[in-house]
Design a protein around this ligand. Structure first.
Ligand SMILES: *[C@@H]1O[C@H](CO)[C@@H](O)[C@H](O)[C@H]1NC(C)=O
Ligand SMILES: *[C@@H]1O[C@H](CO)[C@@H](O)[C@H](O)[C@H]1NC(C)=O
Ligand SMILES: *[C@@H]1O[C@H](CO)[C@@H](O)[C@H](O)[C@H]1NC(C)=O
Ligand SMILES: *[C@@H]1O[C@H](CO)[C@@H](O)[C@H](O)[C@H]1NC(C)=O
Ligand SMILES: *[C@@H]1O[C@H](CO)[C@@H](O)[C@H](O)[C@H]1NC(C)=O
Length: 494
């Protein structure tokens, strides 16, 4: 077995053309990790007092919206197999494991009047065991599984959700803060607000393109800031941890060198990444977002801008509420101008407010529509985030390759991750970007939202046809293990 793995890795190094990879050693203290999220792996959707949450409801109510009508009812069954997951992490040698807490497993109704002791116990066992194995838990409080009670009162369009979120966060800090020193409030607001409240492509499936995304962004940013202040004021001094948010974005590359496309690419960045990052790292929405939506709203006949405005008090409250920058990214887009700010007035819409369109180069390796192997785009994104948001420490909290086959011999995943890690080293050593960690998505093949189990992103295969949900490490797992051991992407680093 060992020999086979060795030979496979040797053969891979030939196939991949290692000479292209950055040959510097990863810096001292650089953290390698792997990630998952509660609904994508846990299963046990109705066991031990867990309440119903948004994706339980969505998959059960609209089965046709999920590939092959799949659900996360059982998923990887990590509710029962978490010890096995930790064994895999330990053998892999990661410094950290990013996972999320299911809000409704802890608070079945989403609210602190009803705390589920079984939920506390489940997560406490995991965090404790990770600590005993020298693996740092990076814990996301919200990875898309909103308690259904809170969805029913408007979900992420209701500012009260920010209060409930902060109250839930307080329970987590209090119960788990002894073991958890790195907190992430919210995962990928962009995906939720675009997919869930504007494009109708993710739960709750609303196509409220004119207003939904802005309300959702407003409530997310507020919720994050409230939870940050709870930690900062009530727990930081005794627990000595850190807290931030995870923001996702592809790199936006101008489709041509025309000044119009260069400006369009920056507009795309502000409307996709800046809407969430700017209030938190610089205060307020990006200026172009404020201006464009105000202009179009007026031309459309609205009495005021469709973008909720922050008060100065809110700006001060939100500004600077992050101890690092958590970044998720999977691809790059080529951006052109679609419409000018005063063109195509008629249907109020986020896409028209943004005024840009995005395509991909067909030569970029890809097996699913949302993941493209463009390592230079990753390098540019890291540099942009670092410079745009005040030189924060960046932790790459998700990045990885999706394939449809789920093969154990996953050369494409190794190629993608090695190229991205190489680009990360370029950003660190050549561009001076303080990127301190990398987290591969995902430890396990899992429930990939509306794509069900048709897209695999794990470095460990899960047999979803077996009751045992048998886990088998892929070649990428062994490859990553070696990178973590040697802190080096090539045979000999300099
Ligand atoms: C390391 O990479 C640099 C830049 O590509 C190259 O000049 C150098 O020869 C490489 N060193 C080794 C030992 O491969
Ligand atoms: C609260 O949760 C419990 C148990 O999950 C459930 O029986 C009850 O109906 C919920 N209450 C509300 C208001 O949803
Ligand atoms: C833009 O200009 C740069 C530098 O001259 C060049 O490398 C790049 O290929 C050009 N991009 C496009 C899309 O033409
Ligand atoms: C946000 O905080 C920074 C640093 O304190 C400050 O320079 C900036 O002006 C603030 N932004 C706003 C919009 O108030
Ligand atoms: C269950 O899966 C684990 C790995 O996930 C494996 O080690 C074990 O042999 C499996 N048991 C059965 C009965 O298949």
């Amino acid at each position: 077995m060992k020999l086979v793995i060795f030979l496979t890795l040797f053969a891979l190094s030939q196939v991949l053309g290692e000479s292209d990879l950055n040959n510097r050693t990863f810096p001292d203290g650089f953290k390698f990790g792997a990630a998952t999220a509660s609904y994508q792996i846990e299963g046990a959707w109705n066991l031990d007092g867990k309440g119903v949450q948004l994706w339980d409801w969505y998959t059960h109510t609209y089965p046709d919206r999920i590939d092959e009508q799949d659900t996360g009812d059982v998923a990887c069954d990590s509710y029962h197999k978490w010890r096995e997951d930790i064994e895999l992490l330990k053998a892999l040698g990661v410094n950290h494991y990013r996972l999320s807490i299911s809000w409704s497993r802890l608070l079945p109704n989403g609210t602190v009047n009803n705390i589920n002791p079984k939920g506390i116990e489940y997560y406490k066992n995991i965090f404790k065991t990770l600590r005993e194995n020298n693996i740092e838990p990076l814990v996301t409080l919200y990875h898309w599984d909103l308690p259904i009670t809170l969805h029913e009162i408007g979900g992420w369009t209701n500012p009260l959700i920010a209060e409930y979120f902060a109250e839930y966060a307080r329970v987590c800090f209090r119960e788990f803060g002894e073991y958890v020193k790195t907190w992430i409030t919210i995962n990928e607001p962009q995906s939720t607000c675009w997919g869930g409240y504007a494009a109708g492509a993710k739960a709750p499936g609303y196509s409220l393109d004119w207003e939904g995304l802005y309300l959702c962004a407003y409530v997310h940013v507020l919720a994050h800031a409230k939870a940050y202040h709870v930690y900062d004021e009530e727990f930081r001094s005794s627990q000595n941890g850190r807290i931030s948010i995870v923001i996702d974005s592809p790199w936006a590359e101008p489709a041509s060198n025309s000044s119009v496309d260069i400006a369009a690419a920056q507009q795309e960045r502000e409307f996709v990444l800046g809407i969430y990052a700017n209030p938190i790292f610089r205060g307020n929405w990006p200026q172009i977002v404020i201006d464009n939506i105000a202009t179009r709203s007026k031309l459309e006949g609205f009495a005021r801008s469709r973008l909720p405005q922050f008060t100065q008090e809110e700006i001060d409250f939100i500004n600077g509420t992050a101890d690092f920058f958590g970044l998720n990214t999977y691809g790059t887009g080529l951006i052109t101008l679609q419409n000018k700010v005063d063109e195509d007035i008629g249907t109020p819409s986020y896409s028209l407010d943004k005024g840009t369109s995005s395509t991909v180069d067909p030569s970029w390796p890809s097996d699913v529509p949302w993941v493209h192997q463009v390592p230079w785009g990753f390098r540019k994104l890291l540099k942009y985030v670092y410079e745009q948001y005040g030189h924060p420490e960046i932790i790459v909290t998700e990045n990885g390759w999706a394939d449809k086959s789920g093969t154990l011999n996953d050369v494409d995943r190794i190629s993608y991750v090695s190229q991205y890690l190489s680009a990360l080293l370029d950003a660190y050593y050549e561009d001076g970007v303080n990127v301190a960690g990398y987290t591969v998505w995902s430890l396990l093949d899992n429930f990939e939202w509306t794509n069900g189990y048709t897209q695999k992103l794990g470095i460990v295969q899960v047999d979803f046809n077996s009751d045992n949900r048998t886990r088998t490490p892929k070649d990428s797992y062994h490859w990553y293990q070696k990178v973590i051991q040697t802190k080096c992407l090539v045979e000999n680093c300099v």
